[in-house]
Design a protein around this ligand. Structure first.
Ligand code: DX5
Ligand code: ZN
Length: 221
């Protein structure tokens, strides 16, 4: 029996930026809950993608939950701007700031959901002290920086650990995973505690995106 629902956050990074508005409509029409925005600064990760204006210009086109993944150094400098742009949830990397608690508090005080992300080389214990204040924990299942990379299976242990800590501590965060996710691994991820699947390549490579999400839902039943 299915105990909880799996939610989906397709990443625009897997789409065509020259048609970003249409891609966002495609995400909405697929039945996804969230739209994922990958913000890269060329420093925390090698690539540069886009900034708050891009998010702001897309905001009027959709009621989806705007899930902003900041892969940038010193995210505290940019939180306010992304909130103004229309973010609903902002996820910062634990490795990107000396002031993680402060950044997460800034997001929460603005009334938005605060998420913390960890790279493949970062253990769950590194974010132990912020687990009680976050709305979401994002486990990177690839090294951040590009779409289309291969899923790192050892990351499943972290999802399981976060699920156990959530239960044992009476905590309420959702658990997300990002990178290399699709039909092959969705069931194992879900069974280990995943709530939110972020997908770029697998989602955008399907012609029938609604059918694809439906198929994934079937795989976790
Ligand atoms: C990777 C990004 C991901 C990326 C996932 O640095 O954070 O959100 O879009 O893309 P796929 O699904 O192609 O691995
Ligand atoms: Zn991402």
């Amino acid at each position: 029996m299915k105990q909880r629902s799996l939610m989906f956050s397709p990443s625009l990074l897997g789409g065509d930026f020259s048609r970003a508005g249409e891609e966002l409509s495609i995400i909405a029409a697929s039945g996804a809950d969230y739209a994922h925005f990958d913000i890269m600064d060329g420093s925390f990760v090698p690539e540069i993608t886009f900034g708050a204006k891009f998010v702001e210009d897309l905001r009027p086109l959709s009621d989806l939950v705007f899930d902003i993944h900041l892969m940038i150094e010193n995210p505290e400098k940019h939180i306010e701007r992304f909130i103004k742009a229309g973010a609903d949830m902002i996820t910062v990397h634990a490795e990107s700031t000396r002031h993680l608690w402060r950044v997460l508090s800034m997001i929460k005080e603005s009334g938005k959901d605060a998420g913390v992300a960890i790279n493949p080389g970062t253990p769950v214990s590194f974010i132990e002290s912020v687990l009680p204040i976050v709305d979401s924990v994002l486990v990177m299942t690839v090294n951040p920086g590009w779409g289309g990379q291969r899923f790192i299976p050892q990351m499943i242990d972290k999802i399981q650990e976060l699920d156990s800590r959530r239960t044992d501590g009476g905590l309420r965060y959702i658990i997300g995973a990002d990178g290399g996710i699709g039909k092959k691994n969705i069931r194992e991820l879900y069974l280990n505690g995943l709530d939110l699947a972020i997908m770029g390549t697998s989602f955008f490579s399907e012609d029938d995106k609604g059918g694809f999400l439906h198929e994934l839902e079937g795989l976790v039943e």
